[in-house]
Design a protein around this ligand. Structure first.
Ligand code: SF4
Ligand code: SF4
Length: 405
């Protein structure tokens, strides 16, 4: 009985393959209409409402719906950043009032917003073997993000980064209002995309030329010790020019998908370089693809997915929008190699993105490299001296400082 069943299933699969080949050959002569897709070729429609309870429905969606999973992880990360922001605000209130307000510990997670300092700290660690105690968590946050890119392409940008989440919300808003996609023409797209690499080159080249002495001069400088405080004050007392720059970037982001991320973010450029090395890539099965171009239309990074065998582009953020939009079974998914017989389920992907981040930052906490070594008393003193010239920096140069600064 069991053997008969297996044979029947085998015949069905063969029949499906015949249908797929027939459909694919039709596709080469005329653009097929997705509606004409044979039922057995279509991706299974998932009926979440069939689950008996809300709890089971949510669990089911987390497993089966990559966009639901991505939104959940994005939301969790935004909430985490808001929590860090609130804690840092309380810490700042204590510091700026000279200790009048209640003391709140500075949240080490704020160092995730100091990527230049983190790059210097990582190089310093590599050259000296020492994890500095000024901004140690920045090192692990940067390594977690690079590690996630090496394994999973630029997944950090579309699954975790709060700026990426805001960018996505803005272009979705634009699409809802204007009911259309605005794209930059190819001749403009390439030069604009290279801007972020120029910015990255500028930072990496400056850090490349620094030896251990230079790096230590910066890392242990009064300026770097309060870099997070300066960043807060920059936004709290934002200049008209900076405010307008942010507003203009946000307006552009409504019209052009991920404007900041695609054209200007040097962090995104760095992750694009590491992500290029990742073995996990969006892979298209050319023999079953019907050239409907839905994947290309869905891609926020303007990648011609319907023409690629494997998506090698440094712009791919592993958002899975193309995979989700493909109507044909087993045609577009994430694979380790083009010949891999098994696709990586998208829930594994999302779990890995968040898991790697939690594991590496958790390692920093377990090894005592999360909180910095600046005491409450030292912070109290530095808050009172913030107007002193040693806390300024001029075009990347930190001023001379003495042993008591
Ligand atoms: S190729 Fe797919 S996964 Fe990559 S950015 Fe485009 S839509 Fe997202
Ligand atoms: S891979 Fe792209 S073009 Fe091919 S069937 Fe899927 S959505 Fe259509």
């Amino acid at each position: 009985m069991r053997t008969e069943n297996i044979e029947t299933v085998g015949e069905q699969i063969e029949q499906q393959e015949v249908n797929i080949v027939a459909f694919a050959s039709q596709a080469s002569s005329a653009k097929p209409v997705v509606k004409k897709l044979a039922p057995e070729m279509r991706k299974r429609k998932i009926n979440f409402a069939s689950q008996p309870t809300l709890y089971k429905r949510v669990l089911w969606r987390l497993k089966e719906d990559s966009q639901f999973q991505r939104s959940a992880i994005q939301l969790a990360f935004v909430l985490l950043c808001i929590w860090i922001g609130v804690e840092f605000y309380m810490f700042m209130q204590w510091g700026m009032t000279g200790g009048q307000e209640a003391f709140f510990e500075r949240p080490p997670g704020v160092e995730g917003f100091l990527p230049i300092s983190a790059l210097m700290s990582v190089k310093h660690w590599m050259l000296s073997g020492v994890i500095n105690n000024i901004h140690p968590s920045s090192i692990f946050i940067l390594l977690a993000i690079i590690g996630a890119s090496l394994a999973l392409k630029k997944a950090f940008c579309s699954w975790l980064c709060p700026v990426g989440t805001l960018s996505e919300a803005l272009w979705m808003l634009g699409k809802r209002i204007f009911k259309r996609d605005f794209t930059t023409p190819r001749w403009l797209d390439y030069p604009l995309r290279s801007l972020k690499y120029l910015l990255l080159f500028f930072f990496v080249n400056s850090i490349w030329q620094m030896d251990v002495f230079d790096l230590e001069s910066f890392i242990y400088s009064p300026y770097n010790k309060v870099a997070d405080i300066k960043m807060y004050l920059f936004f709290a007392n934002i200049s008209t020019f900076a405010l307008w720059t942010i507003i203009i970037l946000m307006v552009f982001s409504v019209f052009i998908k991920n404007f900041w991320c695609r054209f200007l973010c040097p962090y995104g450029a760095l992750l694009g370089v590491f992500g290029w090395l990742s073995p996990l890539k969006i892979t298209r099965n050319k023999s079953t693809c019907i050239d409907c171009e839905l994947c290309t239309k869905a891609c926020p990074s303007n990648i011609k997915v319907h023409k690629a065998g494997r998506v090698w582009s440094d712009e791919c953020m592993s958002c899975m929008l193309c995979v989700e939009s493909c109507p044909v079974k087993n045609t577009l998914d994430v694979r380790v190699t083009a010949k891999s017989t098994r696709a990586v389920p998208t829930w594994v992907y999302g779990t890995l993105v968040a898991g790697l981040f939690v594991a590496i930052t958790g390692l920093a906490m377990l090894t005592g490299n999360w909180a910095n070594g600046i005491s409450k008393e030292e912070y109290r003193r530095r808050f009172q001296q913030l107007d002193n010239p040693v806390y300024q920096h001029f075009r990347g140069e930190v001023p001379q400082y003495g042993p008591n600064d």
